[in-house]
Design a protein around this ligand. Structure first.
Ligand code: N01
Length: 548
């Protein structure tokens, strides 16, 4: 359904496009939300998307080696059986280009693109209490007005580019992995410096090293990594995944992280040291995030975690030939999986190449970028032609706070969240009626295989809007006391795990200077969270104010 155009309003929204629902972002979340609201509820709905195509994170993150860490048969929508049956993934983990093809297929199959405005970056969204409408403006000055505003902006879409003195003076090229040029970057014959060793840097380094003349990896925090063991999918597996789609969906929806495997129901202390080693060896050989599911207490019990950490450190020592380099790579200062565990294809092996060097910038921090390269505090200058910043994102709150969102009484979201994000269920913010935040802070989101929490939120929001319309409810708004209690519960859930022990993790906002340190995702598990949300609905939207 397309928008109609309204005359000037009291808010000054001249020639605004008038809609029931406006969705910001055309990634996994926005596409499904459009389908759910437009095609199932019959609402007039529109997506505004900053990029020139669908895909969200997969539209922007085109860096070398970009590939999903969730297994392909689980990194997909499960809301349509037909869709599941007609799409076939080619590899164990889907690469960026294949995911982008998939999302384009979904957009075309459900005829979504006609209601997506591409190249439309939202700069402001203001709530008009008198009209009970959201007034939204894009960078190009286009105006929209809608009853419901849904942010589908992703958790990891605001690039974190470090403010290193001298960057402007650099004579070569520099790139952030999350804003990668669509035409690609040719590293042939170049001296490349890569800053950052999170999931992204760990994926990119081996691929860059393959074509660059030389790669210097600047590591601030050493990281665990498990081999992905990516490979083309066997025909039998493809067949199995389709035949067992319902079972796979059930498993993903019943596990804490939304992955298609269950966590072993045993403690790391239940087995002998030799058995434990054999279990870890088997998980290492199998590869992937399933390693974390070897024992049920790896994220709760430090002594249990230490056994996994020691195993993974010993693997670095076995792979990396130069003992000094191996020692730097294995000097990991946080428990295993308290930062999002990367999985890799030949990451540690890359340091055995003659054209790769590792610089420990915890010991000698980067001091400045010079015209010729990167200079560290000890005065060493590393000559470079290209710098790659694999430095992550202003996660979860960043994408929302980049927009000027104002709720009731003109209060900005930035002010409301000065001390950190305060949401109810990660779905709504007190003072911001009819604003829904898909996978917002306070929801399980980034601790999960993302399509699972996304489908849940999209469906919860669509059901909520349907209920509102059927019952003549004009406004839904989280109650402040419900949000207070929820924030406390989110903290308690994190504190029941080892997750807060990685003091520099982006889960805590610690990677962005000046950002309040609050554990943002809900660590109580997706299955539990789903039950909580269902309960809230069963109690007539307990914790929300509903106004006729
Ligand atoms: O970002 P990160 P990412 N000087 O924040 C370092 C998802 N993801 O893009 O740890 C020097 O994890 C920083 O050091 P430190 C996944 O959820 C998924 O890698 O802050 N170094 C760290 O080493 C992931 O967790 C997939 O000390 C600086 C690195 O940069 C999330 O995205 C693939 C620095 C940033 O690591 C983010 O991953 C990729 C500075 N000034 C990502 N600033 C798939 O599923 C930062 N660093 C495929």
């Amino acid at each position: 359904m397309s928008a109609t155009t309204a005359p000037a309003s009291a808010h000054g929204a001249t020639d605004a496009h008038v809609l029931d629902a406006l969705i910001i972002g055309a990634g996994f979340s926005g596409l499904y939300q459009l389908h759910a609201l437009r095609d199932r509820l019959g609402l007039s709905a529109q997506v505004l998307e900053a990029g020139d195509g669908v895909g969200g994170t997969w539209y922007w993150n085109r860096y070398p080696g970009a590939r999903c860490d969730s297994e392909s048969h689980s990194y997909a929508y499960y809301f349509s059986d037909e869709l599941v049956q007609e799409w076939t993934w080619s590899e164990r983990y889907p690469g960026q280009a294949e995911i982008l093809r998939y999302l384009n297929h979904v957009a075309d199959r459900f005829d979504l693109k006609r209601d997506i405005r591409f190249g439309a970056r939202v700069t402001e969204a203001h709530y008009d209490a008198a009209a009970n409408r959201w007034h939204v403006r894009t960078e190009a000055g286009e105006r929209y007005t809608a009853t419901y505003l849904i942010t589908a902006v992703g958790c990891l879409s605001a690039a974190n580019i470090p403010q290193i003195p001298g960057l402007d003076s650099f004579a070569g090229q520099w790139y952030h992995t999350g804003q990668w040029p669509h035409e690609g970057v040719d590293f042939t014959g170049k001296r490349v410096g890569m800053v950052g060793t999170g999931s992204t840097g760990i994926q990119a380094a081996p691929v860059i090293a393959d074509s660059a003349a030389h790669l210097t990896v600047f590591q601030r925090t050493a990281n665990y990594s498990i081999p992905a063991r990516n490979a083309p999918l066997a025909e039998e597996f493809k067949h199995w995944a389709k035949q067992n789609a319902s079972e796979i969906k059930r498993t993903m929806r019943s596990t804490p992280n939304g992955h298609p495997f269950v966590i072993a129901d045993r403690s790391a202390h239940d087995v002998s040291e030799a058995e434990r080693r054999a279990i870890y060896e088997a998980a290492w050989e199998k590869g992937g995030l399933q390693f974390r599911a070897s024992f049920r207490d790896l994220l709760q019990d430090k002594a249990a975690n230490d056994t996994a950490a020691a195993f993974l450190r010993s693997k670095i020592g076995e792979i990396v030939k130069d003992p000094a380099t191996a020692a730097k790579l294995a000097a990991i200062d946080h428990p295993f999986a308290t930062k999002r565990p990367p999985i890799d294809t030949g990451y540690f092996e890359t340091f055995n190449r003659d054209n790769v060097a590792l610089v420990d910038v915890r010991a000698t921090p980067i001091e400045r970028v010079t015209p010729a390269g990167i200079q560290t505090r000890d005065g060493t200058e590393y000559p470079l032609d290209i710098i790659v910043f694999a430095t992550g994102f202003d996660a979860m709150t960043g994408p929302l706070l980049k927009m000027d969102i104002r709720g009731r009484d003109d209060v900005s979201l930035r002010d409301a969240w000065q001390a950190g994000p305060r949401t109810y269920l990660g779905l709504q913010v007190p003072g911001f009626p009819n604003l829904f935040t898909i996978t917002g802070p306070g929801s399980p989101s980034v601790l999960c295989n993302m399509p699972v929490p996304i489908e849940h939120h999209v469906e919860w929001i669509a059901d909520c809007i349907r209920t509102m319309r059927e019952n003549g409810i004009a406004r839904i708004e989280a109650k402040p006391e419900a949000a207070e209690k929820w924030v406390e519960h989110v903290n308690d859930a994190a504190n029941a795990t080892l997750l807060p022990q990685a003091g520099h993790s982006w889960y805590l906002g610690a990677n962005v200077p000046g950002k309040p340190r609050v554990f943002m995702p809900y660590a109580g598990g997706m299955a539990r969270y789903r039950d909580i949300c269902a309960d809230v609905v069963a109690r007539n939207y307990e914790g929300f104010s509903l106004t006729r």
